[in-house]
Design a protein around this ligand. Sequence first.
Ligand code: SF4
Ligand code: SF4
Length: 727
Amino acid sequence: MAAVKEKRNIRKEIHNKLDDNVMQGALAKFTSEYPQARLKAYANVDSIDDLRDDLRMMKRWSVDHIDALADEFQHSVEERGGKVFRAADGEAVKKILLQICAENGVKRIVKSKSMASEEIKLNGALEDAGLHVRETDLGEWMLSVAGQKPSHMVMPAIHLNKEQCAGFFEQELHEEVPSDISYMIHTARRVLREEFLSADMGITGANFGIAENGAIGLVTNEGNARLVTTTPRIHVVLIGYEKLIPKVKDAAKILRLLPRNGTCQRMTSYMTMVSGPTPVIYKKEDKWVEEMRKEYVILLDNGRLEAAKDPKMKQVYQCVRCASCLNVCPIWRMVGGHVYGHIYSGGIGAILTGLLGNLEAFSKFSDLCIGCRQCTTICPGEIPIPDLIDELRARYVKKYGLSMPEKTAFQHILTHRKVFHSLLRIGSVAQKPVQSGKFIRHLPLFFSGMTDGRSLPAIAAKPLRDRTEKLCRHNPKNPVMTAAFFSGCNMDFVFPDTGESVVKVLQDLNIAVTYPQEQTCCGKPVLGMGDRETGKVIAKQNIEALEAIKADVIISACPTCAETLERTYKELFKDDPEWRDRAAALAGKVREFTSFAAEQYKKQGRSLPQAERGIRITYHDSCHMKRGLGVWEEPRALLKMTGADFVEMKDSDRCCGMAGAFGVKYSEISKPILHDKLENIENTHADMVAVACPACLMQIGGGLNQQNPRIKVKHVADILAECIAER
Ligand code: SF4
Ligand code: SF4
């Protein structure tokens, strides 16, 4: 089935955002200050992870009992005098609301921030029906004047500066407004106060809805939500099913994390609970009257109930919409929220977009997630965002198939090792006109942008697989164990010297190494694109190639390959008992090179000649190594063994911008990310930066080659091999 194509030029939108100096300045400042500010808000907490576990478990229970919770919530609200509607989608919400407005003579509406109302484009529908609708959250109000969508779930206007905001004030109020923040706040108060007092209806969202007593909670900083709930004679709550929680005490599990993660506050300025209608005084036919306020709650489905029954995707119910996943996302930092093309941006935005019914829109920007896992370390609900994106990509490919070039590359080239490797060998010859040593420094014509500020690595003249027979002749006579070396494509064809270093280090540890010639790409590129069927073909080839060696351990010096062999293959074959068992047996033998080498040097009581004495070395953590495999101490321990003067860089575990094909496909985003990384490296005044991942070696090496060739970049294996050569 072909997907319906949406007419958007995302490349152009990305370029516009990268050229938006106001947005770039705002996001750079905010994202660089956020991690410390967040930690400060947690300073009085013993274990953030315990709080996250509590929240995750409560939300998991809630999603598993969502129907019963919704019934209980409805009963509790109605017992207190409110009325609950259940809306299947946005159209149903609009119909219900217009009916309420008609029955109650509503003409004027005030709203506080509600992502659910953005999701269903509520304001436009109400205005089309002739109603006066006013957003009262300052950021939302300015965006409604500007005709823009929020670029962040919590700080919707974060991409604007005060001058732009003053411009929107002037446009709306037809009066001169200086770009002075406190003046603008006073002006907004003056104008909005009139709106509150003349409104017939207030519409809010909710941060949570409590089944036990029918209360809804609003966590805000501006106080506008309180006025929306208390001044008009009608209050409508629009709340998604995912916001329902069982008990009052469960609200605390959200409140301990949401403000700290969302706005770096221990508690926001206002925490409001609304539980049932209260008396209200208003003017009716020129007379002041006191009546009970009417409270209506609309429970929005819009794909949520189906997601709740999906064993994998139901994890989105753990989201409390704090937006901290955006605050640490290297891609959101560069492009902002609008490029994602939907109300919800960033990785969680991609997931929600796909789940709430728009898989085609999801496919448009799902590759803006590079799987760096920064978000997973911080998410209060412990949602594995990149894994859920992978799942949706696979569902998209299953439904719509791959594009023709992807199909050709994956199914007709990558599954045929000899064809794939022959093409790489041809490439090593064809690249000669643009090759400069181990790099391609300049590409011609429309490819030139790819080498602007960053060299690309050249394919080696002789791959690792052609060198290993000779190398393995130096295996120890009485080894302590045997190892199969899984090099991955990068080390085989681009960095074969590093592959040689890995073999030499293992031999120094008295380990006999074999290089299985039948090994091929680990399959991560196709799996990352959602093509699981081709991924399985490739995985089987590798499992067979590695099983044939019968080695004690399988060593990989590429964290992405190690993670794929160790974790992904098992998951891939979870429904196929034979291959699942074979994948599990393989996984049990896989070891990432640096953690294995550090362990062996320690176990064997061995040291290294201190060949790097006098050299200042810093280390860059690869995303897959640190957050995928949980390895970061061991490479540092190895580097310290070399006698080098080790120095940490700022944000050592922030992505370098390579992320497989992303670094080439989206070179315009990859390069500014690399720029920040190089700046952090330079600030250490190191002579050398060490990495333990060939993709990072490629990206950082390419950047330093053009921008600061004084600083060398080496894989940890190369540094160790240099020390061993001194023995
Ligand atoms: S996915 Fe996690 S970090 Fe992102 S908004 Fe939801 S709760 Fe917050
Ligand atoms: S994995 Fe990285 S790129 Fe993807 S959403 Fe999370 S932080 Fe952003």
